[in-house]
Design a protein around this ligand. Structure first.
Ligand SMILES: NC(=O)c1ccc[n+]([C@@H]2O[C@H](COP(=O)([O-])OP(=O)(O)OC[C@H]3O[C@@H](n4cnc5c(N)ncnc54)[C@H](OP(=O)(O)O)[C@@H]3O)[C@@H](O)[C@H]2O)c1
Length: 346
């Protein structure tokens, strides 16, 4: 029997990770993969083993020695659970280095960051002119080390570009949207909902009025959950089939976007949906007051985050052949079903 490719994935009970595991299980070469996933819920582990045929490790991200060992045993790592856990990525990188040192293998890490990397402090007051292309390596290198996600991203890049013990790739999704629909969601394993748009919806539902940070004029990109999951697979296929021509290290940052919006446009769509559903008297969004930010978002920083600019173009993935099927219009159309779903959960 041919040796299978050992693949280890974090975050499969999550929104993005679940969509990627589903694609790997239905990949044309799925019978050549030996997939191991890390989950912290033993019941989900049991279902993943019995219904989906993947190996599971029940552990939390704090179990660094265990994670280092699992990583060492795998050739491909999809790290989709956490963009910002520095001790966790350090354990993952130790596992990759051990594998390289012991076997001479050049293991592959596909890490998940986000276009939050590019954010400013606009607080919704203005759109920025600066647009980042992931093909412009000098522009990417100039991002300050203090930027969001940057501490972890630099460790991942340098494992390849400076130390050379692994091939590393970073996917940077923007606002991922759409309610995920696949068998792992149906089985109660994976989260069906994203972060940013649901956060604006749940905060708006609490105040019974759509909210917006400042004037909502700052710009962000978005990408549908199915498109971003496809992008990971296009990248994975390119890495495994055309490694020499697939950018890695500093040439291995892949933005995920298929259109751009003003924050105000999301808030307007939330207001219209809430009004149509009888959840507000007035569809027009109002600015979040500063005093609302901590109770609604958990911190002022996270509140203001929803009024930042982050402008990026997914030129590198498109050059690999990735084609998004959804656009900004689909993102805005996704708001109403999302409002309906969150209103039911209230
Ligand atoms: N969604 C977006 O729009 C977006 C955009 C850009 C970047 N990102 C980044 O992508 C990553 C994944 O996002 P997501 O939307 O898929 O998030 P999610 O649905 O919240 O999934 C997070 C995953 O991480 C797991 N996890 C969290 N803490 C853990 C711990 N201590 N031990 C073990 N497992 C743990 C969760 O497991 P449990 O099920 O057990 O909680 C879940 O599988 C995040 O870092 C996020 O910042 C997301």
């Amino acid at each position: 029997m041919a040796v299978k490719t050992p693949i280890f994935i974090t975050g499969v009970t999550g929104y993005i990770g679940g969509a990627i595991l589903h694609r790997l299980l239905t990949h044309p070469n799925a019978d050549t993969f030996e997939i191991t996933v890390l989950v912290r819920n033993p019941e989900k582990a049991r279902i993943l083993e019995s219904q989906f045929g993947v190996k599971t490790i029940v552990a939390s991200h704090a179990e660094h020695d265990k994670i280092e060992q699992i990583v060492e045993a795998n050739h491909v790592i999809f790290h989709i659970a956490d963009s910002d856990d520095e001790p966790l990525i350090t354990a993952i990188l130790r596992g990759l280095k051990n594998r390289h040192d012991k076997l001479g293998d050049l293991p592959i890490l596909i890490h998940t960051s986000g276009t939050g990397l590019l954010t400013d402090n606009a607080r919704g007051e203005y759109p920025t002119e600066t647009i980042y292309s992931d093909l412009n390596v000098e522009q990417l290198k100039a991002i300050p080390p203090t930027a969001f996600h940057r501490n972890v991203d630099l460790l991942v890049i340098n494992a390849d570009a400076e130390d050379g013990y692994a091939r590393t790739y970073i996917v940077l999704p923007s606002t991922v949207y759409g309610i995920a629909k696949h068998p792992l969601v149906d089985a109660g394993i994976s989260n069906a909902h994203s972060m940013q748009i649901p956060k604006l919806i749940t905060t708006s539902l609490v105040r019974k009025r759509a909210g917006v940070v400042g004037k909502g004029l700052a710009l962000w990109p978005s990408v549908h959950i199915d498109d971003i999951a496809d992008m990971y697979i296009v990248l994975f296929d390119a890495i495994t089939q055309r490694p020499a021509t697939t950018g890695h290290g500093w040439e291995g940052l892949y933005f995920g976007e298929s259109g751009e919006h003003r924050w105000l446009d999301i808030s307007l769509a939330i207001g219209q949906a809430m009004h149509a559903l009888g959840l507000t008297d007035d569809p027009a969004p109002t600015p979040f007051a500063r005093e609302e930010l901590v109770p609604l978002f958990g911190s002022e920083w996270f509140g203001w985050y929803h009024g930042t600019n982050s402008r990026a173009r997914a030129d590198r993935a498109r050059a690999l052949g990735w084609k998004a099927k959804h656009s900004t219009e689909d993102m805005l159309a996704s708001v109403r079903p999302e409002v309906e779903a969150w209103a039911k959960k209230q």
